[in-house]
Write a protein that binds this ligand. Structure first.
Ligand code: ADP
Ligand code: MG
Length: 248
């Protein structure tokens, strides 16, 4: 039954700090992410979206509960093993982009292969070129991150997360800094990654229009899942976000 799940968390809690400064970022979260599905995560600022994504991607450890990526329990996996799982199976678009400042755009895009000690195969090389074109990065390949706008850096981060065609892509507000046309292109790429490449996409967004591209919308409020809805129009998403009274 769990073979069709790309990721899964059970009774997941995350507490930051200690004693008087304690913050409960996630409280008893259960979530199944189905393979090949595009899920949008919504909710107000501070509701635990980024924390949930980081833990599901193996970038942060849970305080308690289980975290599965496919058939592997990663919540307590030793670091070295976890690094390999992450490198081979997960793509991540960070809110802060996390580009390497000393590498140019092409170097940043090739980094996932470098880290894995290999070169792109024929298919990956083709996908790399296609991502460079569809994200409008062709004339920026020799620029370093500080020479790019925020939106361009974000596009490099998105291309880097997709280039190895990882099983699961976690994207934290990937359209947050983009103009509406580039935003639509990025959503199209993520939609395509799920539909054509069978990749599983989990995307945090505040934007009901962005969320309307997803197959499913999960809403967090104060560290808990407060709604879980099938694909909906932007109007329906705006309406039910309002009805939850969780301001975003
Ligand atoms: P969101 O992405 O929905 O805005 P976050 O997951 O970033 O929410 O944060 C959830 C809660 O956890 C917030 O109260 C935030 O201040 C807190 N938090 C997040 N990261 C840390 C951290 N490294 N140390 C302490 N508190 C944190
Ligand atoms: Mg966040």
């Amino acid at each position: 039954m769990t073979e069709n799940l790309a990721a899964r968390v059970r009774t997941l809690t995350k507490t930051y700090g200690s004693r008087s400064a304690e913050v409960q970022a996630l409280r008893d979260v259960d979530l199944d992410i189905r393979r090949g599905e595009f899920t949008a995560i919504m909710g107000p600022s501070g509701s635990g979206k980024s924390t949930l994504m980081h833990i599901m991607a193996g970038l942060d450890a849970p305080t308690s509960g289980e975290v599965w990526l496919g058939q592997a329990e990663i919540g307590r996996m030793p670091d070295a093993q976890l690094t390999l799982v992450r490198r081979r199976r997960v793509g991540f678009v960070f809110q802060s982009f996390n580009l390497v400042p000393t590498l140019d755009v092409r170097g940043n895009l090739l980094l996932p292969f470098e880290l894995d000690g290999r070169r792109p195969d024929v298919q990956e090389a083709a996908r790399l070129e296609s991502l460079i074109d569809s994200l409008g990065l062709r004339d920026r390949l020799t620029h370093r991150p500080h020479q790019l706008s925020g939106g361009q850096q974000q596009r490099v981060a998105i291309a880097r997360a997709l280039v190895t065609t990882p099983e699961v892509v976690f994207a934290d507000e990937p359209t947050g800094n983009l103009d509406s046309k580039t935003g639509r292109d990025v959503l199209g790429l993520l939609r395509d990654a799920a539909t054509r490449h069978g990749q599983t996409i989990v995307m945090v967004t505040h934007d009901p229009i962005a969320a309307s591209h997803a197959d499913r919308v999960v809403v967090l409020g104060d560290g808990r899942i407060v709604a879980d809805r099938p694909r909906s129009s932007a109007g329906e998403i705006s309406a039910f976000m309002l009805s939850l009274e969780v301001p975003s």
